[in-house]
Design a protein around this ligand. Structure first.
Ligand code: PRP
Ligand code: ZN
Length: 298
């Protein structure tokens, strides 16, 4: 049992692919921190929310034991923990995908070898740090192969003769290429996610959690969002809506003394460009204005 605390705790990867983007997201959600001397703990200065800096693989366990209430972790780590847990055990849940740290968990085999498809793995050895995900995929695919568990440097296992193929995270693909390996199949698409512990929460603590989740979602939604404002002929509205990379239905306002015209406000994605504005002008729009969105709360 963990000691009761009145401050919320969020676990974040200490160093690695997700570390910097995770802290930047918390910053955009309005949290400011002061680091402890050992850099393992970030004390929340403006809200009762602290950050634990840990190894990503430890985050699911910390959530389950209640050492923290939320964590930012790769879906690959979360799913490996979930599939590896005993039946009926409490496991953390994915609350929201965060849109960064995109990668895939893929099977890969040596270039120029006999393995060119997943079915060629029958009877062979696969080295991985994700034994539960690989075993689950093998069972679902009806392929029988031995899983060799390695905790690092999985990509060199075939050269060392420890395995015939590997299953590892691929982001840019540089690690595979450098080790003369090529992908043969993807077993999981992953990205950073916000995960919550399985312990039931109530009262103030539950409110704190929901509030932080809403802020994180808002910070994520406002990334790249643009507010487009214009006036246009009322008749052009359907064509305008079709043309724009809108994220939700535009707001339409009537204009005093101009019954055939409207003012339009549309929340658009970051792909809104000059071409869109020129096309709108051709549809009769005028007074076009694009504003970056600083903050959003659904
Ligand atoms: C992954 C994976 C590879 C590398 C692939 O490790 O194990 O080493 O990234 O990336 P690339 O395709 O861009 O070369 P990661 O940094 O996630 O560390 P971890 O699995 O040890 O936490
Ligand atoms: Zn790791």
């Amino acid at each position: 049992m963990s000691v009761p605390r009145d401050r919320l705790r969020v676990a974040v990867q200490k160093s690695g692919r997700l570390a910097e983007a995770s802290l930047s997201l918390l910053g955009r959600a309005g949290l400011a921190f002061r680091a402890s001397r050992d850099r393992l703990f970030l004390y929340g200065e403006n809200l009762p929310i602290d950050v634990l800096l840990v190894r990503d693989d430890d985050i699911p366990g910390l959530l389950v034991e209640g050492s923290c209430e939320l964590g930012i972790v790769g879906r690959n780590v979360l799913e490996e923990y979930r599939l590896g847990a005993p039946a009926g055990a409490a496991v953390p849940a994915e609350r929201q995908a965060l849109g960064f740290g995109g990668c895939r968990l893929s099977l890969a085999a040596p270039d120029g070898g006999a393995i060119t498809a997943a079915t060629d793995l029958d009877g062979l050895r696969i080295a991985t740090s994700y034994p539960a995900l690989v075993a689950d995929w093998l069972a679902r695919s009806g392929i029988r192969a031995d899983v060799v568990v390695l905790n690092g440097s999985v990509e060199i296992a075939p050269r060392l003769g420890k395995a015939d193929a590997i299953c590892d995270l691929v982001s840019s693909g540089a690690t595979l290429a450098a080790n003369q390996l090529h992908e043969i199949d993807t077993i999981l698409r992953s990205e950073a996610v916000l995960a919550a512990g399985p312990l039931p929460q109530s009262g103030l603590r539950a409110e704190q959690i929901e509030r932080l989740c809403a802020r994180i979602e808002g910070a994520r939604c406002s990334d790249g969002a643009r507010l487009l404002m214009m006036q246009a002929p009322r008749a052009a509205l359907p064509a305008i809506t079709r043309l724009l990379p809108v994220r939700e239905s535009p707001s339409v306002l009537s204009l005093d003394g101009l019954p055939d015209d409207i003012a339009v406000q549309a929340l658009c994605s970051g792909s809104l460009n000059w071409q869109h504005l020129e096309d709108l002008k051709r549809l009769g729009a005028r007074g076009l204005m694009v504003l970056n969105v600083e903050r959003m709360l659904a």
